[in-house]
Design a binder for this molecule. Structure first.
Ligand SMILES: N[C@@H](CCC(=O)N[C@@H](CS)C(=O)NCC(=O)O)C(=O)O
Length: 206
């Protein structure tokens, strides 16, 4: 069975869990507690030299890192990954946007506010993250006023990638009230068969 090493409180790890549940794929979840620094342990570094979660270990011990690569691997051959080359490139466009222009603002603001409880020496950084985070939300809103999902009318791993930190953006100090199209998109995703929220811990995470 495929093993995922992750911590569900991380949006990057949650993407992998959500994808596996939407596709009804059996996975073994190995909890790595990021707040306790377990991703930096020697045992974990031997699997993933970067010391970051999530990683996926195949049955033959091949390892895959980078959350968006992992969800695309899991979704290969499913309707969550388009076959048409333009739509596939659009999906990647959104996933690269997520990693460079969304996650570094919204996830980091959330980490500072929600998990570190806003230490004084990170207050200025937190405020700077708000600017980039709201810009990313505006871009999502603009697309989602035109289409139900990010790549047209079909749910894909682009939506899963962007949903992960957007749906907990309030924990990073972002007010989603001014973003009705994002709100409706989040509703649509949460109504998918197999959907699980971030608060539902994987079976193997205690
Ligand atoms: N680009 C990577 C980012 C992974 C990442 O930053 N993971 C964080 C948790 S969200 C982590 O492992 N942090 C632990 C650390 O840096 O010590 C991905 O998408 O998987």
């Amino acid at each position: 069975m495929i093993t995922v090493y992750g911590d569900i409180i991380s949006g990057n790890c949650y993407k992998v869990y959500l994808t596996s549940q939407l596709l009804n794929l059996p996975i073994r979840w190995q909890h790595i507690d990021i707040l306790k620094g377990e991703a930096a342990s020697a045992a974990f570094l031997s699997k993933s030299p970067l010391g970051k979660i999530p990683i996926l270990a195949l049955e033959d011990d091949q390892i895959l890192s980078e959350s968006n690569a992992i969800i695309n691997y899991l979704a290969a051959d499913s309707e969550l990954l388009p076959k048409d080359k333009f739509h596939l490139a659009k999906l990647q466009q959104w996933q690269f946007f997520e990693q460079y222009s969304h996650e570094p603002f919204i996830a980091v603001a959330r980490f500072i506010k929600h998990y570190l409880k806003m230490p004084a020496d990170r207050q200025a950084e937190f405020e700077a993250k708000q600017v980039g985070g709201y810009k990313a939300l505006q871009i999502l809103e603009q697309q989602l006023t035109q289409t139900n999902y990010l790549v047209g009318e079909q749910l894909s791993t682009a939506d899963i990638a962007l949903y992960a930190y957007t749906h907990v953006a309030d924990e990073g100090g972002f007010d989603l009230n001014g973003f009705p199209a994002i709100y409706r998109w989040m509703q649509r995703i949460s109504e998918q068969p197999g959907y699980v929220g971030m608060q539902l811990k994987p079976e193997h995470q205690h």
